[in-house]
Ligand binder design. Structure first.
Ligand SMILES: [Fe+2]
Ligand SMILES: [Fe+2]
Length: 371
């Protein structure tokens, strides 16, 4: 008899996981899905790319490192991990301070959308490709992201909300990115995701009184998945040295600056959430940028100078401009919006023109999670 898994944590196929999640979203929350549907500069997007170009990648130049990574992913160390168990303490949603509840739900929805965005992109690559190395990698990554999204949705369901992932797949707008931009953006989001999860996990290990929700206990194994995904993208980029040379270094700088500043602005929109965690968002940002920069040295020839005197003040200006922009938009003030947009662009230019730090990229790319 074929016993079908009943939890996304046990599923190894992203398609199946999605079907199960859809059948489970009994309480389909319209507002949660609406939040996930939003497309602004700051919200997670869905991506599509030139799948044929991706399919044509030849990994034979990095074969040894590649096979090791794939073998580790095939061994599936996190199978069954993303499931509530006795460590899942009761969550008092009704007793939660309203602002914290709002920001935390917003955090969960946006994390779920980001995880799911990875799942959709990876699943599509797996479906469209013929290259065995590539389709195998993308199937494994889609498996992980489906579990992550499913687990966050489990947590949301307890609060009476759930993101309708099937609806999102069909209705959310897809942004086209050339494969090289997918590498830079996705590689960075995997590595920064690792740095974010591990920084929160280690902080809460030392300050358990701030762990206001059980999901944080799952972050350590979670971030190891993201770490492996980042490793895979580093190897993909290594197959073509042009990707990290010449003019492309400017693109790398652009993506580093955009990803770091977006994270800064987005996190500063959740003051109650960070206060409950006992985390100063400025400290957290600096910590995450430092870790991410250290990791990305494995493949990117530059890192951002986050200790430069122009860095922090312009992040703050950008954050302020974004807050003003949201306010002006809500009040329908056209010139207020325009002014705030102008200030945001100006701050971004001040950030991106900070001279980057250069270094020599190591011959062997492979890293192990060490934070
Ligand atoms: Fe993930
Ligand atoms: Fe990932």
């Amino acid at each position: 008899m074929n016993v079908r898994p009943t939890h996304t944590a046990d599923i190894t196929d992203a398609e199946e996981s999605l079907k199960l999640q859809e059948s489970q979203s009994v309480i389909d929350s319209t507002s949660a899905t609406e939040v996930a549907m939003q497309n602004t500069l700051l919200t997670p997007r869905f991506y599509t790319t030139d799948f044929d170009e991706l399919d044509a990648i030849d990994v034979s130049g990095v074969r040894e490192e590649w096979d090791k990574l794939i073998a580790q992913m095939v061994s599936d160390p996190n199978k069954g991990h993303f499931k509530k168990n006795e460590d899942w303490d009761h969550v008092d949603w009704d007793g939660m301070e309203p602002q914290l509840k709002k920001e935390f739900i917003d955090f969960l929805i946006s994390s779920c959308t980001a995880e799911f965005s990875g799942c959709v992109l990876y699943k599509e690559m797996k479906r469209r490709g013929n290259n065995k190395d590539i389709t195998q990698l993308f199937q494994l990554m889609a498996r992980d992201e489906a579990r992550h999204a499913g687990f966050i949705n489990d947590a949301l369901r307890e609060a009476g909300v759930a993101v309708n992932l099937g609806f999102l797949t069909q209705k959310k707008k897809y942004t086209y990115f050339r494969p090289k931009f997918i590498y830079y953006a996705t590689y960075l989001s995997e590595k920064i995701g690792y740095a974010r999860y591990i920084t929160i996990f280690r902080h809460l290990q030392e300050n358990p009184q701030h762990r206001f929700h059980p999901i944080f206990k799952w972050f350590e194994e979670w971030c190891n998945d993201e770490f492996s995904h980042g490793e895979a993208f580093a190897l993909l980029m290594k197959t073509d040295p042009k990707l990290t040379k010449g003019m492309n270094v400017y693109w790398i700088k652009f993506f580093l600056t955009a990803v770091y500043s977006t994270m800064y602005v987005r996190d500063h929109q959740r003051p109650a959430f960070h206060k409950a965690l006992g985390v100063d968002p400025d400290w957290y940002a600096h910590e995450v940028f430092t870790k991410t920069s250290k990791l990305t040295e494995q493949i990117f020839p530059i890192t951002l100078d986050i200790d430069h005197p122009r860095w922090q003040p312009n992040l703050e200006k950008m954050q302020k401009a974004n807050a003003d922009l949201a306010e002006a938009a809500a009040e329908g003030r056209f010139f207020g919006k325009l002014g705030a947009q102008f200030r945001a662009v100006k701050a971004f230019i001040a950030l991106i023109t900070i001279p980057a730090k250069q270094h020599k990229v190591p011959a062997v790319t492979r890293l192990e999670p060490s934070y």
